[in-house]
Design a protein around this ligand. Structure first.
Ligand SMILES: C[S@@+](CC[C@H](N)C(=O)[O-])C[C@H]1O[C@@H](n2cnc3c(N)ncnc32)[C@H](O)[C@@H]1O
Length: 467
């Protein structure tokens, strides 16, 4: 079966015989690839190179919904063709200030295709969209505007990051040499740009050298072992099918991430430290919400980590425990098992919803709350025997003020349990290297407690702190 019309979905999947072939120009987030599939166990499988192509668009019932939104007052349009369309009005002020630029040190030739990068970013980044500028209303805020086709972008609350490139020199074939750079707009623009840049470097290091991604298309209602991928990253939900893209890991040349950090340019963000490390940019609820809503999850609590927690905090005997920045409740769920009457708080509504949805039987109570700015008297107990905070401290802007608030809610003789990554524990070119806290931030954390105990867990350090 050969489809010669640009199509957003593959409703013909059930008509292809086992072992049969289907070739179609398939749209994923507005990019169109000619893909050859073979039917195997009810799924269409492709493990062959893709070609970007252009065909006449499908019309009628099979026409796609571009989900185009215009940011008021600046002529900038965002298309959410796959994934969940997001509100965009809140982004208008983001384009009132100069963007922050994060260099990737990943290069590309003038006429060299980089379609695999855009397909990778479309699947890796919740809130992914395509950015274009309406030439009739262009106010020059996105400079230069994406040439030819809408550019890859992602929304993070009131901030946005977009993929751009800068000419860095000449090439032998005369087409020039370019570097991918990410422009970040809005209060968490630098953070969003850093996140996107990490993914560009990750693609460079692991996937760019792969000849093609592996694509599996299943009928939407498929079940069974291969029907397990209903959600998550690199899964695209269509009307009749769901499409999963697996990226083979073929080690490529790593981009010099350390150098990139030092040369990042962040006009609208706090200055970096002398070590060249990216300064902490406050990650607000606006930043976290689309990550949770888009399916991003964080590392699970292993049995080793759970045992460390139990060793350091001891049995609860019905006393209250508070988990700050609980997310989906990975850590909070372990506390009732130790006998603590537990509450998990987070300021991202989708995180709290995910915690509630994954709850089986009795467990913690979940509250939507900003621990940094909300009134602490909104908490159900005045003091907590233990306060926990896992993979959160790094993101707190004013760490001293945060710790003061923790002390306010910690009962006398209680324990503050913190799990955080330490800087310098990953390889130099690891894209997540910046997640660690610096020695100075660790010093702020541990100062002023009468008991400080620590336990190490690969890149993480666990702290048990007592007043
Ligand atoms: C990396 S996630 C970690 C989630 C969870 N603790 C875990 O270990 O899986 C960080 C979480 O902290 C939350 N967070 C950050 N600052 C917060 C604040 N001021 N108040 C409440 N939650 C916050 C974010 O919404 C996000 O869910």
């Amino acid at each position: 079966m050969i489809v010669t019309v640009d199509t957003w979905d593959l409703p013909w999947i059930t008509m292809v015989a086992e072992g049969g072939r289907l070739v179609a120009p398939l749209r994923l987030h507005q990019y169109v690839w000619s893909i050859g599939f073979t039917k195997h166990d009810g799924a269409l499988i492709s493990e062959e190179p893709l070609t970007v192509c252009g065909f006449v668009p499908m019309q009628g019932a099979g026409a796609w919904e571009p989900n185009l939104r215009t940011i008021p007052g600046c002529g900038i349009r965002l298309a959410f063709e796959d994934g969940t369309p997001m509100p965009v009005d809140q982004l208008a002020p983001a384009f009132g200030m100069a963007p922050s630029t994060v260099r990737t040190h990943v290069t590309v030739g003038g006429e060299e295709p980089f379609d695999s990068l855009t397909l990778y970013l479309a699947g890796a980044l919740p809130g992914f969209c395509r950015l274009s500028v309406d030439p009739d209303h262009d106010t020059g805020l996105v400079s230069p505007p994406p040439p030819h086709w809408p550019g890859a972008a992602m929304v993070r609350g009131r901030s946005l990051a977009r993929l751009a490139h800068e000419r860095i020199g000449d090439s032998e074939n005369g087409n020039g040499a370019y570097e991918f750079v990410i422009h970040g707009y809005g209060p968490a623009g630098h953070l969003a740009a850093t996140e996107m840049a990490e993914h560009v470097r990750h693609w460079q290091r692991n996937h760019r050298a792969a000849p093609c991604p592996h694509i599996t298309v299943q009928p939407k209602d498929a079940t069974g072992p291969t029907g397990a991928y209903t959600d998550g990253l690199h899964v695209f939900h269509k009307k009749h099918t769901r499409i999963k893209i697996d990226w083979p890991v073929i080690p490529g040349e790593a981009a010099p991430a350390a150098l990139a950090d030092v040369q990042d340019h962040e006009p609208c963000c706090p200055a970096r430290s002398q070590s060249g490390r990216v300064a902490t940019v406050p990650a607000t609820a606006d930043y976290w919400e689309p990550l949770w809503a888009g399916g991003r999850r964080y590392r699970e609590v292993t049995s080793t980590e759970a045992a460390m927690l139990a060793d350091h905090v001891g049995p609860g005997h019905g006393r209250p425990a508070l988990d700050i920045g609980t997310g989906e409740g990975s850590l909070a769920r372990h506390l009732p098992q130790l006998g603590y009457r537990t509450i998990g708080i987070d300021f991202a509504p989708s995180a709290i919803a995910a915690a509630r949805n994954t709850q089986r039987g009795d467990g913690p109570a979940w509250h939507l709350m900003d621990f940094v700015s909300d009134d602490l008297s909104a908490l159900p107990d005045a003091a907590y025997a233990i306060v926990t905070c896992r993979l959160v401290y790094r993101w707190i802007d004013d760490k001293a003020a945060f710790l003061d608030r923790v002390r306010q809610v910690l009962a006398p003789g209680g324990t503050f349990w913190v799990v955080t990554e330490l800087a310098g524990r990953r390889e130099e070119d690891d894209p997540y290297r910046h997640l660690g806290i610096t020695p100075a931030e660790a010093e702020i954390l541990t100062a002023g407690w009468s008991v400080v105990r620590t336990a190490d867990l690969d890149v993480l350090r666990c702290y048990a702190l007592r007043p």
